[in-house]
Design a protein around this ligand. Structure first.
Ligand code: DAH
Length: 343
């Protein structure tokens, strides 16, 4: 048996020399060392017929032979892997002398960014600053400073994500908290817009998403009134939807403005006649606005007996959807190139 073992080893090592690829290697491994019917296993079946002493001795030799064969197989495996890698590298060879082809891989702007940039430019041309604020906000700025006390039902409408271990922190539900932040920082007079990301605990569907963008605006000065507000908003929506666009204001309660309005624009698709987009009303609901509540001015450290102002807010995401006819809000944050490459 000893000789047979030695012979098996010699045969295996010889066969290994002519192995050219992974498949041949696997075949050889199976043939020699396969547990069920490999040659070594077959050979060792004969152990039961020899004396106990001899069995021990042969067992030891068999182990050594097996180890040696395994070692040789492994080094062949490494050798093949290296060769494969070298082959791949050769295939990936880059001809550095080739002239540069026009690059298709340059990025381009996300539809949200296109509209945001356009509006930033429009507002700065009217003397507005473009401001930013934290997305992780305190409950104070997100609600309390905006005249929404702790037990106010308005908090339910803007269910948000609270932060574990910090019950007074929230992911901001709107861009309005930056109203008070900017009053505290810059005082009056003030003209600013705040585009940015907002979050709500929504069950997502084609119209709802947990992450979306808003654009907030505010103007504070000595003689600012409701018609200034209407004029600014009309200019903004005519800029976006065309010069024939009209706006309509209807009373709506927002705790941080008084009076507060719900703003609609004439449907750009049917020009106000009534269609599927505007649900046959001729109007599209697009913004909230109003004269800033004296309590909010006070939180911002502004003397409400000297200054007054208006504020407005709209869903930037919603404008993008309307403008480009996007029917599913979830596409915007999906990262899908198929979708994004259309813009
Ligand atoms: N923050 C409001 C919302 O998310 C929108 C809004 C309404 C902003 C009226 C305003 C405003 O500044 O005056 O629903």
């Amino acid at each position: 048996m000893k000789e047979k073992l030695e012979q098996l080893k010699t045969e295996a090592l010889l066969a290994l020399k002519s192995v050219k690829d992974k498949m041949q290697l696997e075949e050889l491994e199976l043939k020699m060392l396969g547990r069920k019917s490999g040659q070594l296993t077959e050979l060792l079946k004969g152990l039961k017929d020899v004396s106990e002493d001899a069995r021990k001795q042969i067992g030891q030799i068999a182990n050594e032979v097996k180890k040696e064969m395994e070692k040789a197989l492994q080094s062949k495996k490494n050798e093949l892997a290296q060769a494969e890698m070298a082959g791949l590298l050769e295939k990936e060879y880059i001809d550095v002398t080739q002239p540069v082809l026009p690059a298709k891989t340059f990025g381009h702007l996300h539809p949200n960014t296109i509209i945001q940039k356009d509006l930033e430019e429009f507002f700065t041309s009217m003397g507005f600053m473009v401001l930013d604020g934290p997305e992780l906000e305190s409950e104070y700025y997100n609600f309390t400073s905006l005249n929404i006390p702790a037990d106010h039902p308005a908090r339910d409408m803007q269910d948000t994500f609270y932060i574990k271990g910090h019950s007074d922190w929230v992911m901001r539900t709107h861009t309005s908290p930056v109203q008070v932040r900017s009053m505290q920082k810059y005082g009056a007079p003030l003209r600013a817009i705040i585009p940015g990301k907002c979050f709500r605990n929504e069950a997502t569907d084609v119209r709802h998403e947990h992450t979306f963008y808003q654009l907030e605006g505010l103007v504070i000065d000595k003689d600012v009134n409701f018609s200034h507000m209407k004029g600014v908003l009309e200019a903004v929506f005519q800029h976006i939807f065309g010069p024939e666009t009209k706006i309509r204001l209807r009373p709506k309660f927002y705790p941080f403005v008084e009076p507060g309005v719900n703003g609609e624009v004439t449907c750009f698709l049917c020009k106000g006649i009534g269609c599927r987009l505007c649900k046959q009303t001729g109007w599209l609901e697009v913004f909230g606005a109003g004269m800033i509540h004296p309590n909010v001015l006070a939180e911002g450290g502004i003397d409400a007996s000297k200054y007054q102002g208006f504020a407005f807010g709209f869903g930037l995401t919603r404008l993008v959807m309307l403008k480009y006819g996007i029917e599913d809000i979830r596409l915007l944050e999906s990262g899908s190139l198929k979708f994004l490459e259309q813009f």
